[in-house]
Write a protein that binds this ligand. Structure first.
Ligand code: ADP
Length: 485
C-alpha cells in the first residue's frame, strides 16, 4: 500500500499503442501499462484507427495501473494527456460513438485535394496563418474528406469533431468537457498562430463551414475531472506528443532542441516568444503555452524512423527484434555503399514529397543483411541531418540535441547520429519524454510545481560525442535523394 504517497498519471496515446504511465510526485518514473492498437489499411494510402478501441484500451491501461499499485483516486494529483497529433474523427455527442474510423496522420487519401488547393494558390495564405504546409498530413483536409463523405452527418448538431486528445477528454469527463489544447489545435491547419484561435478563413478554404470544433485551452489548464475510477481525479495537462516530449526534455529555453525517434522522427526547436518563419520548409508551430506565455517552435517531421526497423523485422525478416539492429549494424562493412531512402509514406521535411516511394541504392553482390541494417540506421541519421541543415539555413545555431523515443535505446544509432550531425547527443535517464512532459504539464496545471523547478529535475544519462566524419556518405545519400525527387 502506498497510501501516503501521491502520484501523477500520464495517458500517452500513440500511433501504435496506448499507455498509461505512473510517476511519483517528484516525477520519478514508477511503472506503465501499454496495449498495442490495431492499424487499419483499407486501401493504398489509407491509415485508420478505431477510436472506440483507443478509448477502451486507454481506460483499461489506466484501471490496470491503478489496481496493480493499489492506488486510490485521492492519491492521484492529476492526469496529463498526450496523444498522436493530426489524427481526426467525428463522434456523436449523445451516444459517444465515433462516426466511422479515425483518419490517422499518416493517411495520404487527401493528396489530390491538397494539390488542388495548391493549384488555386492557397498555400502561402495557409502557411502564413498556420505555419504549416499544404500536405495531407494535417487534419483539415482529412476533415474535408469526412464532410464530403456525408454532409448531412457532418452538419448535425450532435456531431462533434476533434483530434484524439479531445475525444479522450470528452470520454474521461463523460461528455462534460469538449476541449483541446493549443499544440494539438496548431496541427489541424484551422488554427491561427497569431490570434491563437480557430480561423474562419481557413475553415472556409477547407470547405468546413458549420463544423463544431472544441474549445482551445493552454497546455497546463483546468481540463475538468474524471469520475470513472471510483472517485474524482483532476485533469490538468495536455499536449500533442511531440510538444509533450519537448517539455519532458526540459527544452524551456530559446535554442534548445529535442529529437524523438519513435515510429517517425520529430525534431523540435524552441524558438522562444517570436514566430520564426522557415524558408526551408520546416513547420512553425506552438511549443507550449502557459498562462499568457506562448513559446513557439520550429519542427521537422520525418515520417519513417523506427518503422524502418519494424520493416526490417516484420517484412524483410533481417532481424528478430528491434534491439538486434544494433548488434547486426556493428557487424556490417562500414565502407559499404548502400543508401536507403525510406520514403515508404512519402518524404516529409524538408522535401514534402507525399507520393515518393522508398528505394535502396548501391547494392552489390557483396551486400549483406548487416549492411542493409547499418544503412537503415544511417538513413534515419541522414534524414535528421537534412532537418538540421534546414534549421541552420533558417539561422538556428545548434550545439547539441536531446534524443528520446524507442530508438534512443540503440547506443550504436545514437553514436552514428552524433557522427552524422557533428554535434553532441544527450540521452536523458528517462527516454519516455512524451509521458513525462504530460506529467510535468499536469504538475504545473495542478499548482504542484513551477516551470523553473522542472529544468533542475531533467538529467542526462549518456552523452555521445562525434568520433568520425560522415560527410562523404551523407553527400552520396543526398545525391541519391536528389535523383529521385
Ligand atoms: P511510438 O511512440 O511511435 O509508438 P516508440 O517510442 O515506442 O514509438 O518507439 C518504437 C520504435 O522504436 C519502433 O519502431 C521500434 O522499431 C524502434 N526501436 C525500439 N527499440 C529499438 C532499438 N534498440 N533499436 C532500433 N530501433 C528500436
Amino acid at each position: 500500500m502506498q497510501l501516503m504517497k501521491k502520484f501523477f498519471l500520464s495517458i500517452d496515446q500513440g500511433t501504435t499503442s496506448t499507455r498509461t504511465v505512473l510517476y511519483d510526485f517528484r516525477f520519478k518514473y514508477i511503472d506503465q501499462e501499454q496495449i498495442e492498437i490495431k492499424q487499419f489499411y483499407p486501401k493504398p494510402g489509407y491509415v485508420e484507427h478505431d477510436a472506440e478501441e483507443i478509448w477502451e484500451k486507454t481506460y483499461k491501461t489506466f484501471r490496470k495501473l491503478l489496481k496493480k499499485h493499489d492506488l486510490q483516486p485521492a492519491q492521484i494529483i492529476s492526469i496529463g494527456i498526450t496523444n498522436q497529433r493530426e489524427t481526426v474523427l467525428g463522434w456523436n455527442s449523445k451516444t459517444g460513438k465515433p462516426i466511422g474510423k479515425a483518419i490517422v496522420w499518416q493517411d495520404r487519401r487527401t493528396s489530390a485535394f491538397c494539390d488542388s488547393l495548391k493549384q488555386k494558390g492557397l498555400e502561402p495564405e495557409i502557411n502564413e496563418k498556420t505555419g504549416l504546409l499544404l500536405d495531407p498530413y494535417f487534419s483539415a483536409s482529412k476533415l474535408s474528406w469526412l464532410k464530403n463523405k456525408s454532409k448531412a452527418q457532418f452538419l448535425k448538431k450532435t456531431t462533434l469533431f476533434g483530434t484524439i486528445d479531445s475525444y479522450l477528454l470528452w470520454k474521461l469527463t463523460e461528455g462534460r468537457v469538449y476541449a483541446t489544447d493549443v499544440t494539438n489545435a496548431a496541427r489541424t491547419s484551422l488554427f491561427n498562430l497569431t490570434t491563437l484561435s480557430w480561423d474562419q478563413d481557413l475553415i472556409k478554404i477547407f470547405g468546413l463551414q458549420g463544423i463544431k470544433l472544441p474549445e482551445i485551452k493552454n497546455n497546463a489548464d483546468n481540463f475538468g475531472v474524471t469520475n470513472l475510477f471510483g472517485g474524482e481525479i483532476k485533469i490538468s495537462g495536455m499536449a500533442g506528443d511531440q510538444q509533450a516530449a519537448l517539455f519532458g526534455q526540459a527544452c524551456f529555453e530559446n535554442g534548445q532542441i529535442k529529437s524523438t525517434y519513435g515510429t517517425g522522427c520529430f525534431l523540435i526547436l524552441n524558438t522562444g516568444k517570436e514566430i520564426l518563419r522557415s524558408k526551408n520548409k520546416l513547420l512553425t508551430t506552438i511549443g507550449y503555452k502557459l498562462d499568457n506565455d506562448v513559446n513557439y517552435a520550429l519542427e521537422g517531421s520525418i515520417f519513417v524512423a523506427g518503422s524502418l526497423i519494424q520493416w526490417l523485422r516484420d517484412k524483410m525478416k533481417f532481424i528478430s527484434s528491434a534491439p538486434e539492429s544494433e548488434k547486426l549494424a556493428k557487424l556490417a562493412d562500414s565502407d559499404n555503399e548502400v543508401s536507403i531512402i525510406p520514403s515508404f509514406t512519402g518524404l516529409g521535411a524538408p522535401y514534402w514529397k507525399p507520393d515518393l516511394k522508398a528505394a535502396i541504392h548501391g547494392l552489390s553482390l557483396e551486400t549483406s543483411r548487416e549492411d542493409i541494417v547499418l544503412a537503415s540506421l544511417e538513413a534515419i541519421a541522414f534524414q535528421t541531418r537534412d532537418l538540421l541543415e534546414a534549421l541552420k539555413n533558417d539561422g538556428a545555431e545548434i550545439k547539441s540535441i536531446k534524443i528520446d523515443g524507442g530508438m534512443a535505446n540503440n547506443n550504436f544509432f545514437s553514436q552514428i547520429l552524433s557522427d552524422v550531425l557533428s554535434i553532441d547527443i544527450y540521452k536523458p535517464n528517462n527516454i519516455e519524454s512524451t509521458s513525462l512532459g504530460a506529467a510535468y504539464l499536469a504538475g504545473i496545471g495542478a499548482d504542484h510545481v513551477k516551470l523553473s523547478e522542472l529544468a533542475d529535475i531533467w538529467k542526462a544519462d549518456k552523452l555521445f560525442k562525434t568520433k568520425k566524419s560522415y560527410d562523404s556518405k551523407y553527400t552520396r545519400y543526398l545525391d541519391r535523394v536528389n535523383s529521385l525527387i
